[in-house]
Design a protein around this ligand. Structure first.
Ligand code: ADP
Ligand code: MG
Length: 475
């Protein structure tokens, strides 16, 4: 845990041990999307043994509030259980790049600057300046290449566009905007573009950056009055890969800086590649002029993988781990795990660990045992993501429309049906469902649940449709 200032001594009950265990448990209890959104961004800030207190940090105020409200009871329970006695658990704002120990600081009133962006203290030390400079390398993961990316219907367009851009950066599709749900391969694809270009032009100035990191860089530049350096660096790149740009939402100073960078890069014929969880026009909290820039190049979607592609991914990854998986085993696993590639990788890791440990061959029975927990959860609880996909498939709309703000009836109605089914078939609360449908208010979900529930009782056709979707989900 990089944010932990005082690494614990190695006894059996360490805060790291607790945090590891808690992450593992929550990964099993929550949907991958929830885990990624709320739990993964948390970090262990400090642990005081004499006071028996543990502090967890959230990256922004919105997450902080939500995590406190939704997960603090569960985390408290796990902490008490792990340490064997009551622990004082608290939560603070902890923005990457700021002093990890600093407790919540109230933002000074500042024109145009969003609170999250200035919640940084005013540390002006030389180490901070150095870290600003150190960021000057590509940050590409060499394993994420086109060669290791499996293609199928769901991603062939995105892949084709990426290859095109990798071959002709800065010319044809600029910017390239890639959008899709969690765990579908967006980050993988943009690293592949970067790696390809790096191989062809080793001197190209390439940078992969997650949008949250860019926000931190803006804040640091602001604190250190280093905007010149900031601009010199970002405006001089040949290729910028900026991931999960939805994190710019509401951060107007960051958006302004990015707008300048964007204009400078495009006029230098540098390539800009952006990913997001939704398409430009549907992004909330982003300045209109940026949205229109995002949409001015090529916008491509990446969809959830279909069955055959999930099978191919499992087989390819198993092969590359040196433990081949037969097609029937891969089908067995892929049929049960439907939402995204990250989930498939998790399942594969479990199977491989099991096989290595017990010295067995990979068979369906072995897979069934190794994935016991996963499969029973999947069977008992259908996930909201699966419902969204099944409903979108049934009514031939895009999965992205489930989280979009669009309101035409041909989209709004399936979305309401999906919300209704999410309430019926999962354990999720109305606010949680609203969150998974693009951050909608719980009253919107409630309205949908009531409306569809009422209609269903006298509309035979609707009742039948819901029934059919339910069957596909349970099969
Ligand atoms: P996203 O950025 O869309 O959330 P990632 O790119 O992080 O998703 O993908 C999640 C995991 O799944 C990564 O380990 C990635 O390598 C893998 N992955 C996704 N799509 C594919 C694919 N088509 N072929 C092989 N691996 C994939
Ligand atoms: Mg990603």
């Amino acid at each position: 845990m990089s944010n932990l200032q005082n690494p614990p001594t190695l006894n059996s009950l360490s805060p790291l041990g607790f945090w590891d265990g808690a992450l593992g448990a929550l990964a099993r209890e929550l949907s991958p999307q929830q885990f990624k959104t709320w739990i993964q961004p948390l970090s262990l800030v400090s642990y005081d043994e004499s006071e028996q207190s543990l502090i967890l940090g959230a990256p922004n105020r919105f997450k902080l509030d939500w995590i406190k409200k939704t997960f603090s009871d569960r985390l408290q329970e796990m902490a008490d259980e792990y340490f064997g006695h009551p622990i004082t658990l608290s939560f603070v704002l902890n923005i990457e790049g700021s002093s990890a120990q600093s407790p919540e600081i109230n933002p000074p009133p500042q024109d145009k600057f969003e609170p999250q962006e200035v919640l940084m203290g005013s540390d002006n030390s030389s180490t901070e300046e150095q870290s600003f400079e150190i960021e000057d390398h590509s940050k590409l993961n060499p394993n994420l290449t086109f060669e290791t990316f499996v293609t199928g219907k769901a991603n062939q367009l995105a892949r084709a566009a990426s290859i095109q851009v990798a071959h002709n950066p800065g010319t044809s599709y600029n910017p390239m905007f890639l959008y899709g749900g969690v765990g579908l391969g967006k980050t993988h694809l943009i690293h592949a573009i970067g790696n390809h270009l790096l191989k062809e032009k080793p001197n190209a100035r390439i940078r992969y950056i997650h949008a949250e990191q860019y926000v931190s860089d803006v804040v640091r530049a602001y604190q250190q009055k280093a905007f010149d350096r900031f601009k010199r660096y970002y405006h001089s790149l040949d290729l910028i890969l900026i991931d999960d740009i939805q994190f710019f939402s509401g951060k107007s100073r960051t958006q302004e800086e990015f707008f300048y960078a964007f204009e400078a890069l495009l006029s230098n014929k540098a390539q800009v590649i952006i990913t997001s969880d939704t398409y430009p026009k549907e992004m909330a909290g982003i300045d209109d002029r940026l949205i229109s820039r995002f949409d001015s190049g090529l916008t491509v979607a990446i969809e959830p993988p279909e069955l055959e592609m999930r099978v191919a991914i499992l087989m390819k990854k198993a092969q590359s781990e040196g433990i081949p998986m037969s097609e029937d085993v891969a089908f067995f696993v892929a049929k049960h795990l439907r939402s995204n590639v990250r989930e498939l990788e998790g399942a594969l890791r479990k199977i491989l660990a099991f096989v290595r440990f017990h010295g067995k061959e990979v068979t369906i029975d072995v897979a069934r045992v190794a994935l016991k927990d996963l499969l029973s959860i999947q069977n008992r609880q259908i996930s909201v993501e699966n419902i969204q996909k099944a409903v979108a498939d049934f009514y031939s709309i895009k999965v992205a429309d489930m989280y979009s703000k669009k309101r035409p009836a041909n989209i709004a109605r399936p979305r309401q049906i999906a919300m209704f089914m999410a309430k019926e078939l999962t354990q999720k609360s109305l606010p949680e469902i609203g969150e998974l449908f693009g951050g909608r208010d719980h009253t919107t979900v409630l309205h949908a649940v009531r409306k569809i529930g009422e209609e269903r009782s006298h509309d035979g056709q609707l009742n039948h449709e819901i029934h059919v979707i339910e069957q596909t989900l349970k099969s």
